[in-house]
Design a protein around this ligand. Structure first.
Ligand SMILES: [Zn+2]
Length: 224
């Protein structure tokens, strides 16, 4: 009888556990960087006077919350003027967390600029071969989530992804110079869509879906 009671108790305990108690993001250490800021606007939508720096910040703050809710530890870099200093800051902040180690990844969030008010598209930039799984995961999730013209995931020597030997990527989810995008941003719908896409991308990256030894040959350019 005692045994039966015990097993019933154990079964109920197991059933009471939340289903989503672990995600691939649980225990990860993620650095987020909101491009520009601190006096630098980045790209600007002239019609609506929306600055890229503000959009980047909105996305990063909302993404931090969502990742933390899924068990990740997240640091946001100071908006310092040099990219090298930002990476240094990310490394310092990751070390200062309870996990006290190197950041697992650094994602720098940007939005693109064009002289055309109708041009749009999604682009992800990486620098080194080791960054490809992250770049590809973010890129695929953004393409799926935002449904914009595909501008690829490209190799580029942009500072942020060079320093600190950290796995990193720069996202350009859409063009803030596109008037429809600026409208959607101001209407308050676009941030959540992009945050969900970036979240999905990070979750699939940490799932190992994009590891080189999972058949990912890396490469350069569009994921075709
Ligand atoms: Zn930018």
């Amino acid at each position: 009888m005692k045994k039966l009671f015990l097993s019933t108790f154990l079964l109920l305990t197991i059933l009471a556990l939340p289903v989503s108690s672990t995600t691939s993001l649980d225990g990860t250490l993620i650095a987020l960087d909101a491009g520009h800021g601190n006096g630098a606007t980045g790209a600007v939508n002239r019609k609506y006077q929306v600055a890229e720096a503000d959009v980047n910040w909105s996305v990063v703050v909302a993404l931090q919350q969502k990742l933390e809710d899924a068990g990740a530890t997240v640091v946001i870099t100071e908006r310092l003027s040099s990219r090298r200093e930002r990476v240094k800051d990310a490394i310092k902040k990751c070390k200062a967390t309870e996990l006290a180690r190197k950041c697992d990844v650094l994602v720098s969030v940007h939005h693109n600029g064009s002289s055309s008010s109708t041009h749009d598209g999604t682009l992800v930039i990486y620098n080194e071969r080791k960054d490809i799984p992250l770049a590809k995961a973010l890129y695929n999730a953004l393409i799926e989530g935002l449904k914009l013209p595909d501008e690829g995931y490209l190799h580029g020597g942009y500072g942020m992804t060079v320093y600190g030997n950290m796995v990193s990527a720069i996202t350009e989810g859409y063009y803030i110079t596109n008037d429809s995008e600026a409208e959607q941003y101001l209407n308050g719908t676009r941030v959540a869509e992009e945050v969900q896409a970036l979240f999905n991308g990070l979750a699939s990256y940490f799932d190992g879906e994009y590891d080189f030894d999972n058949g990912n040959k890396g490469g350069n350019g569009k994921n075709k």
